[in-house]
Every structure is written in structure tokens, then in C-alpha cells.
Ligand binder design. Structure first.
Ligand code: HSE
Length: 424
């Protein structure tokens, strides 16, 4: 039977969940996988936390050398989060020929090449299933379930915090700030929620997933990113009446000679399966040229769901005679990323109560051949704020931005309050 020594760097939420799974299922893995995974060292300064989890204190320390110098440790799983010291410790582990397992999407999306270069030199493996969509096995699906396809599109909800906030706004009529506070109290949002609510977390994941899906690197900074912090409940309510639900969507498309990649709030029809993905759940569509659409759904975060993906990577790594490293990522391809994507748009204008304003706005769309699907003028809030809502047909982003700039200049328009994309 194969015996594999593992080190855990950190015993936070996911580190603790991983330890729990590895210990409770150790015998089960021996029977079903023929692999005995032994946690040989844990890096953690909080010994109380280690004791609570039942980790023998003899294998707990704060010194990475205890991991690096133990030749029986073949796999190092990292749970620190952030860039340092995680980056340095993982690079040192790779230099020693130890494979790494991580859920750290920021680190992985930004330093993938660096890890790859060292791993290729020493023969170690890179495993990061847990970095994207928590417990949902999306990376293995792309790499080993869909390799018979050219993947054409990836679209989904890949951040649970924002989905929890938007679901609260939609279902309870809560304002953005109240929904955020509730998410923080319940532990779904961090004290500093920026990474989630401004779309950074989703962009890290989209970079990793799209690079794998299209075999071309999509750097995080090339991804168009817009968060949910400016979303107003008024737009959710109006759109609900029009049959739409708001989601923070990550979308990428392979257009052959170019790629598109964006994270932004998007209205989807309330009958769309993504509209039914509520709370902290995640769901992703992948479109292959042979299989068509498949959809993956599940928990995108949490101790045991993310721990499940980490343990899956540990067992997978333990089975490899030649480790996985995704070397195509090192090719210096000239990837053309164009974010002039095509979409339908929801636009809310605050107009002055003056005759002819609606016509002037409609004219701006008309002369650019932007079709209007829906127009709705609501009761004036005041003489300076008459809400007029449009849902347009499909238009290029650049064309829509030009139209919006022109609408802002119209004499009867006080403000273009909201511009939100609409997916069918
Ligand atoms: N903050 C992330 C989320 C956790 O809300 O989805 C998992 O990456």
C-alpha cells in the first residue's frame, strides 16, 4: 500500500476542514484508494486551535524547515491565504521536489509561472482544484472530463459572498449595506469585503479557469472587473418586475482569434437556472464544441466543501507517476484579449420633468442602431428625477458607452444612474 506524508501550512477554516477529512476518512482512503495519507507536520502558531482539532502537538510548529527537511513529506498543502509567506514557502517546497496543493486563488493566478518553472525543474506537481469554486470539481472537469472539446464559453457565479448579498437584496428587499452587514455577521463576508464585493476574487478564479479552458493565459489584470458595491435596490426591484434577477457573473468566451473575460453584475432572466442559485452557492456553465452546455453546481466555500477539493487533490497527487503542471501555460503566446463584448443593457436615467426628453434619449439609441426592447417611465420622484428605464437589444460595449456619454449631455437628463448588462 502506498503511504504519503502530507504537511498542512495553517489550520484556519479550510486547513481545519482538511485535517478533519484526512483523519476521519484515513481508513476509508486506505480501503478505497489504496493510499494511506498521514499528516506528518502542521505549521500553526495557535496551539489551542491545533488541540481543539485533535492534532498531536508533537507535529505542530511554526518552522517551515521542519516540513522542508522531512523527506517523507511528499505533499504540502497551503492554507495561509494572501501572497507572503505562502509564495516563499511553496517555492521552497517545490525546490525540494514536494508537490503543492492550494486553495489560494490570488497567489496562484498571479504566480502560476513562477511555480511552474520550479516544479518543472524538480518534477513536483501543482494542484489547485480548491482555488476555484470550492468543493465543485471544475478543474478536473475541464482537464479530464472535457478534454475532447474545444471549450467555447464559461459563465457562472463563482463568488459565494456576493451571491449571498445579492440574494438577500433580492429576497428580503435589503439595501446593499444592510445585506453586506448581515453577510459579515453570519461569516459569509470578511471584515474588509473588498476582494469579494469588488470582483477581485471572481477575477482570480476566472483567470485560472479560463486559462485552463482555452489553453491560453488570461492574466488577472486583463479581465474587465466591476463589483456590486454600487448596486441600488431600486434597480433590483424594477428589473424583478421585468423578469430579471441580478447576479455577479464571471464570463469568458473564446472567439477564435480573441478572448473575452469579464466579471460584472448582470441581469439574467428569472427563469434562467443561474437565477435559482441562491445564497453562498456557486454554479458554472461550460460550453464545449462537442458536448454543448454542462452546468456544475455546489458550495464554493467553507471548511468541508473546500477541504473536500484539497483532499481530492492530495489523493490525486499521490496517485500520479508523473505530476501535473500544465506546462502549456509557459508558452509566451500572444493572446488577444478584447473586452469590447456584446451584450444587452439595462439603463436607468434620472430625467427632468420636461417634454421631449424620452424622445431625445430614444433618438440617441436609434441613430446608433441600438434596438430598444423595453422602455418604462416611472412616476416622477420630483421634477428633477423622473426615472426612465430602458432595456436594449444587443450592442457592443464601446457603442453603448458612446451612447451613454451622449445621453448624459442631453438637456433633459440629470444623470445616467445605472448601466447593467443583461444576459439571455
Ligand atoms: N470569498 C470566496 C467566495 C471564498 O465568497 O466565494 C471562496 O473562494
Amino acid at each position: 500500500m502506498k503511504k504519503i506524508g502530507v504537511a498542512l501550512l495553517g489550520l484556519g477554516t479550510v486547513g481545519g476542514g482538511t485535517y478533519e477529512i484526512l483523519t476521519k476518512n484515513r481508513e476509508y482512503f486506505i480501503k478505497t484508494q489504496g493510499i494511506d495519507v498521514e499528516v506528518m507536520h502542521v505549521l500553526e502558531r495557535n496551539t489551542k486551535r491545533a488541540e481543539e482539532l485533535g492534532v498531536p502537538l508533537g507535529i505542530v510548529s511554526t518552522d517551515i524547515e521542519n516540513v522542508l527537511n522531512n523527506d517523507d513529506i511528499k505533499i504540502v498543502a497551503e492554507f495561509f491565504g494572501g501572497i507572503e509567506p505562502a509564495r516563499t514557502f511553496l517555492l521552497k517546497a517545490l525546490e525540494k521536489g514536494k508537490s503543492i496543493v492550494t486553495a489560494n486563488k490570488e497567489l496562484y493566478s498571479k504566480h502560476w509561472h513562477e511555480f511552474e518553472a520550479v516544479a518543472a525543474k524538480t518534477g513536483a506537481g501543482l494542484y489547485f482544484e480548491a482555488s476555484c469554486v470550492g468543493g465543485v470539481p471544475i478543474i478536473r472537469t475541464i482537464e479530464e472530463g472535457m478534454q475532447g472539446n474545444r471549450i467555447e464559453e464559461l459563465k457562472g457565479i463563482i463568488n459565494g459572498t456576493t451571491n449571498f448579498i445579492l440574494s438577500s437584496m433580492d429576497e428580503e428587499g435589503a439595501s446593499y449595506s444592510d445585506a453586506l452587514k448581515r453577510a459579515q455577521v453570519l461569516g459569509y463576508a470578511e471584515f474588509d469585503p473588498t476582494a469579494d464585493v469588488e470582483g477581485f476574487d471572481a477575477a482570480y478564479k476566472l483567470s485560472i479557469l479560463s486559462s485552463l479552458a482555452y489553453h491560453k493565459r488570461i492574466p488577472v489584470d486583463k479581465i474587465y472587473r466591476e463589483g456590486i458595491s454600487k448596486i441600488q435596490i431600486e434597480d433590483l426591484n424594477t428589473a424583478k418586475d421585468l423578469g430579471y434577477t441580478l447576479k455577479l457573473l464571471a464570463i469568458s468566451k473564446n472567439k477564435g482569434d480573441s478572448l473575452e473575460a469579464r466579471v460584472s453584475p448582470v441581469f439574467v432572466p428569472s427563469s434562467h437556472p443561474l437565477a435559482a442559485v441562491k445564497g453562498s452557492f456557486n454554479a458554472v456553465y461550460l460550453k464545449g464544441d462537442s458536448v454543448g452546455d454542462i452546468m456544475l453546481y455546489g458550495r464554493g466555500a467553507g471548511a468541508l466543501p473546500t477541504g473536500s477539493a484539497i483532499v481530492s487533490d492530495i489523493l490525486y497527487a499521490a496517485r500520479q507517476s508523473e505530476h501535473r503542471r500544465y506546462p502549456f501555460m509557459l508558452k509566451d503566446e500572444d493572446v488577444n484579449i478584447s473586452n469590447d463584448f456584446t451584450s444587452k443593457y439595462y439603463i436607468r436615467v434620472a430625467a427632468l420633468d420636461e417634454e421631449g426628453t424620452l424622445g431625445k434619449i430614444a433618438n440617441v439609441f436609434g441613430k446608433r442602431n441600438i434596438n430598444i426592447d423595453v422602455v418604462l417611465q416611472k412616476q416622477p420622484r420630483s421634477r428633477e428625477n423622473v426615472p426612465i428605464i430602458f432595456v436594449t437589444g444587443k450592442a457592443k460595449e464601446s457603442l453603448m458607452q458612446k451612447a451613454v456619454s451622449e445621453i448624459k449631455q442631453l438637456s433633459g437628463v440629470r444623470e445616467v444612474v445605472s448601466l447593467i448588462r443583461v444576459e439571455e
